[in-house]
Design a protein around this ligand. Structure first.
Ligand SMILES: Cc1cc2nc3c(=O)[nH]c(=O)nc-3n(C[C@H](O)[C@H](O)[C@H](O)COP(=O)(O)OP(=O)(O)OC[C@H]3O[C@@H](n4cnc5c(N)ncnc54)[C@H](O)[C@@H]3O)c2cc1C
Length: 479
């Protein structure tokens, strides 16, 4: 029997899994998809918010403020890219300067350090490319950017390194409550467990309703983005928000940790929890809105677009509590923005809550918080490059020429714990296919390497989700 079973391997489930691994428990992490971070965690703005935005007194405000300062340590331990680049909320009128004053005051109540209101000249000194419409800004130097899926994958790997059982392709379809435990039915197996932690993102209400009467609803709210090529990476060095209005938070322009530029999102309530399509109408809106922030957004350098689904809770705040109808079943639901920023603090809180409820948790003296470092070949000096190629010649073969990724790095991403199993899994871990050609050239080579390392037929290699086959067969019969 498992002590704890976590449902959903997004940023919340993986953070909780790693945090629980600090104790000598049997832990299962169940995920319906074929990789970690395949839900909302792979499609968001990647911002570690400073924490002035959430209404004081809410769980969002509390866990954002606590979570933000935790990122330096965890990203260092897990070798994940994180940069504290600061954010600016731009005002376009004197009325909006008043809104900035309110945000500043809310930030003060949320105990966010070093906030400042800047005039146009001060903003321009930080970001010379801002548009002529900008009259001032709220500066939050503690805001940062992270690799969100890289973080979740690293957390999962470190959790597995510390004996958590990660079970991909396990969709929970039914949960039965027994006297002091639960039986979880997946499409693959049955699992007995003492505690269940529901981290199922947009599906968290469905999971909750398997053990209790409906008490909240999760509405998928879609947001669409453009990604610009790295050649435009210097159009801004900070996260540029627009002043929030009644119509929403406005469109963002910001750099990513890999020096691309991200522009978006919009906000649209939809019904289908799987609908991450982008649409012409919404992307045109994002394009138009961003021109208020920067005068010359180089849209001729767009390399891709994508959409993510916010898990909007009917309660308006994060739902982090034991179900009052089903003892031992813990909901971590409605984790919309700033869920990524709040994730480490949420994980710590949930694990402490469980530890206090149970009373018998013992610390795992062997817990190792450090993940083996990733080799980024192009970041090595000449001596180091020669050395690593001597040990493993696969580091001497460049497979992705846009991002300069070697075969050695790709093989390592597949062979780690919680390693890549799909084309996009490799792409998200070590970046072949993230550049201008979007995998057009390196794609077939990555598929060959995946097939070889996994001992599978190349036609069985999928792009991303379960049935997203890329090849249907050979064009010629090799004899
Ligand atoms: C457009 C957008 C922008 C955002 N920007 C930011 C930002 O800049 N900063 C920030 O802090 N936050 C941001 N967020 C919010 C942040 O992305 C989320 O809070 C966070 O990713 C939620 O993580 P999660 O683990 O709860 O959900 P998910 O990542 O969706 O993970 C849930 C997992 O559960 C799995 N699952 C579901 N049902 C089952 C089942 N039956 N059985 C097994 N597994 C199941 C899913 O496959 C999925 O992998 C943004 C969100 C969106 C959509």
């Amino acid at each position: 029997m498992y002590d704890v079973t976590i449902i959903g391997a997004g940023i919340i489930g993986t953070f909780i899994a790693r945090e629980l691994a600090r104790y000598t428990l049997r832990i299962a992490l169940l995920e319906k998809d074929n990789d970690v971070a395949n839900g909302t965690t792979k499609a968001n703005s990647a911002i570690i918010h400073a924490g002035y935005d959430a209404k004081s007194g809410t769980l969002k405000a509390k866990f954002n403020a606590l979570g933000n300062p935790m990122f330096d340590k965890v990203c260092e331990e897990l070798d994940v890219p994180f940069k504290r680049i600061g954010s600016l909320v731009l005002a376009f009128s004197e009325d909006q300067m008043e809104t900035l004053g309110e945000l500043y005051e809310q930030g003060r109540q949320n105990k966010i350090p070093d906030l400042r209101i800047l005039n146009r000249d001060e903003v321009k000194a930080i970001e010379p490319n801002i548009s002529e419409y900008v009259v001032g800004a709220l500066h939050a130097p503690t805001a940062g950017i992270v690799g969100p899926w890289e973080l979740a994958m690293a957390l999962a790997e470190n959790a597995v390194d510390n004996n958590v059982d990660l079970m991909l392709n396990n969709e929970v379809i039914k949960i039965e409550k027994q006297e002091d435990s639960y039986v979880i039915f997946t499409n693959e197996q049955q699992i007995k467990t003492k505690y269940v932690i529901n981290c199922a993102g947009v599906y968290a209400d469905n999971l909750h309703n398997m053990v209790a009467k409906p008490s909240f609803e999760i509405i998928p709210r879609r947001g669409q983005y453009f990604v610009l090529d790295k050649s435009e990476g210097n159009i801004t060095n900070s996260i540029l928000f627009q002043c929030p209005t009644k119509l929403g938070k406005g469109v963002l322009v910001l750099p990513t940790v890999h020096e691309n530029i991200l522009i978006g999102p919009d906000a649209e309530d939809i019904e289908n929890k799987e609908n991450t399509e982008t649409t012409e109408e919404r992307l045109c809106y994002v394009m138009e809105a961003s021109r208020k922030t920067l005068s010359n957004v180089p849209f001729n350098s767009v390399i891709t677009s994508f959409a993510g689904l916010r898990a909007k809770p009917s309660t308006e705040d994060f739902i982090i509590e034991e179900s009052n109808q089903s003892k031992g079943f813990i909901n971590v639901a409605g984790i919309e923005s700033p869920g990524l920023s709040a994730a480490p603090a949420i994980a710590e809180y949930v694990v402490n809550m469980l530890r206090d409820m149970d009373g018998s948790f013992k610390l795992n003296e062997e817990f190792n918080p450090i993940r083996r470092k990733m080799t980024v070949f192009m970041a090595l000096n000449e001596e180091e490059k020669k050395e690593i190629i001597k040990k493993d010649p696969r580091y001497g073969r460049v497979i992705c020429r846009c991002e300069n990724i070697t075969e050695g790095e790709i093989v390592d991403s597949i062979n780690r714990n919680a390693g890549a199993r799909t084309f996009d899994g490799v792409k998200r871990r070590v970046r072949p296919g993230m550049g201008r050609c979007q995998g057009g050239f390196c794609g077939p080579r990555v598929m060959e390497i995946l097939a070889r390392e996994l001992g599978e037929d190349i036609v069985d290699i999928v792009k991303d989700s379960k049935k997203s086959y890329i090849a249907t067969g050979l064009t010629k019969n090799n004899v």
